[in-house]
Design a protein around this ligand. Structure first.
Ligand SMILES: CC(C)(COP(=O)(O)OP(=O)(O)OC[C@H]1O[C@@H](n2cnc3c(N)ncnc32)[C@H](O)[C@@H]1OP(=O)(O)O)[C@@H](O)C(=O)NCCC(=O)NCCS
Length: 333
C-alpha cells in the first residue's frame, strides 16, 4: 500500500492535504500562490536528494510523507498527512519510520520538521516518535496565518541533549513512558507500581516547569531515534551550597539498556553541571542496583549505605550515597 510518490499523484495529494487542513479553522489551500510544488511533489523532493511516499487505499491517496536533505547530516520530514479514516491504523507510524530509515541510510544524523501550532494531534504524534521542540517558532505570513513549531530528534546511534523548557515540556510524555516502564520493571526511584504513563508524564511536566525557572537541568537520551533515557540535575540548593548539584532519576528504558546510554547521560550531566558552575555532585541509588554499577564504573566515590531506606516489593532496601568532584571553579562562583 506504501509506494514511492509520483508527480502524477498531484490531484490525490492536493485533495488529501486540503481535507486535512479543513479540519482546522482558517487553514486554506492556495495551490498556485503558496503551494505550487504540490503539482510535481516527487520532483520537488528529488531535487534535494529526498523522496516522497504515498499510501493508497481503494484507489485513493490516504497517506503522504516526504523528506529532503538540509545539508550537514540534517534532514527534514515534510508533508506528513494521513486521511481521517486511516488514523489510528499504524499507517502514520509506517510513514514516519520510512523517513527515518531513508535519512539514516543516507548518512543523516538529525531529522527536523515544522508543524503548525494548531495541529495538536500531529504534535502528540511527533512527540510519541521522540521528536522534541527545538528552537524558535516561525510565522509564515501566509493566507492561513500559519505559525509553526520546530521539532527535531537525533536518528543515529546514542545521542544525549540538554532539553530547554520547550523541549522538556514536549518530551514529558516520552519520558513519562520511560519512567513508568522503569518503575514497572522494578526500579526503586521514588514511585511504586502500578505507575502509569499519565503519572510519569505529570512528573516530567513538573520537571519542565523547574527547567523553565532555572532550578533544574534535564537531559534526554536517544537510541537510533527513540527517546529512551533521561537524567536530571537539581540546582535548587541552599544559599551556602551554590557549588552543588544533585543528580536524579537516571533512567534508561528496559528495552534499551547496556548500549552505553546511561554512561552518555552521566557524562553529559557532568558537562551541564560544569556549565552551571556546579562542581560538587551527589546522588543516591538502591544498593545492588544497576545504577550502582554505572556510578562505580564511572569513578564516582561511594560514601556508604543507609540501610532500610526505601520500600520495594514489600521489603525495605538500603540506599548508597555517591559523590563526585569536578574541576573546581573559584569560591563563590
Ligand atoms: C541504571 C541504568 C540507568 C543503566 O542504564 P544502561 O543504559 O543499561 O547503562 P550503560 O549501558 O550506559 O552502562 C554503563 C556501565 O554500567 C555498568 N552496568 C550497567 N548496567 C549493568 C548491569 N545490569 N550489570 C552490570 N554492569 C552494569 C557497566 O559497567 C556498563 O558498561 P558496559 O556495558 O560497557 O559494561 C538502567 O539500568 C536503569 O534505568 N535502571 C532503573 C533506574 C535506576 O535504577 N536508576 C538509577 C537511579 S539512581
Amino acid at each position: 500500500m506504501l509506494r514511492p510518490g509520483r508527480d502524477d499523484d498531484a490531484a490525490g495529494i492536493v485533495r488529501l492535504i486540503t481535507d486535512c487542513w479543513s479540519e482546522y479553522p482558517g487553514c486554506v489551500m492556495d495551490l498556485d500562490g503558496e503551494n505550487p510544488e504540490l503539482r510535481a511533489l516527487a520532483s520537488y523532493f528529488a531535487r534535494s536528494e529526498g523522496a516522497l511516499w504515498v499510501a493508497e487505499d481503494a484507489g485513493e491517496i490516504v497517506g503522504l510523507v516526504g523528506t529532503k536533505s538540509l545539508g550537514g547530516g540534517e534532514w527534514e520530514l515534510c508533508r506528513m498527512y494521513v486521511a481521517a479514516r486511516m488514523r489510528g491504523t499504524g499507517l502514520s507510524d509506517r510513514l514516519a519510520y520510512q523517513v527515518v530509515e531513508y535519512a539514516r541510510d543516507a548518512g543523516g544524523q538529525v531529522l527536523r520538521l515544522w508543524s503548525d501550532t494548531r495541529f495538536d494531534r500531529a504534535h502528540r504524534f511527533y512527540e510519541r516518535h521522540g521528536f522534541v521542540r527545538d528552537g524558535a517558532i516561525r510565522p509564515l505570513f501566509d493566507r492561513s496565518n500559519s505559525i509553526e513549531y520546530a521539532y527535531s530528534k537525533p536518528i543515529n546511534g546514542v545521542v544525549v541533549r540538554v532539553l530547554d523548557a520547550a523541549a522538556a515540556a514536549s518530551a514529558a510524555r516520552s519520558l513519562g513512558r520511560v519512567l513508568s516502564a522503569c518503575v514497572e520493571n522494578g526500579a526503586s526511584i521514588s514511585f511504586m507500581p502500578p505507575f502509569g504513563v499519565d503519572e510519569g508524564e505529570a512528573f516530567y511536566r513538573r520537571l519542565a516547569s523547574q527547567v523553565a525557572n532555572g532550578g533544574r537541568v534535564l537531559l534526554g537520551g536517544w537510541v537510533n531515534g527513540t527517546l529512551a533515557g533521561t537524567v536530571s540535575l537539581d540546582l535548587a540548593m541552599p544559599p551556602n551550597q551554590p557549588h552543588r548539584g544533585e543528580v536524579q532519576k537516571l533512567l534508561v528504558h528496559p528495552s534499551f539498556r547496556r548500549r552505553g546510554l546511561a554512561r552518555a547521560l552521566m557524562l553529559a550531566v557532568e558537562d551541564a553541571a560544569r556549565g552551571a558552575g556546579r562542581w560538587l555532585l551527589t546522588l543516591d541509588t538502591l544498593s545492588g542496583d544497576a545504577g550502582e554499577r554505572v556510578y562505580r564504573a564511572m569513578g564516582w566515590v561511594e560514601v556508604g549505605e543507609i540501610p532500610e531506606f526505601a520500600l520495594l516489593d514489600g521489603a525495605y532496601h538500603g540506599t548508597r550515597i555517591f559523590w563526585r568532584k569536578l574541576e573546581r571553579g573559584p569560591a563563590g562562583s
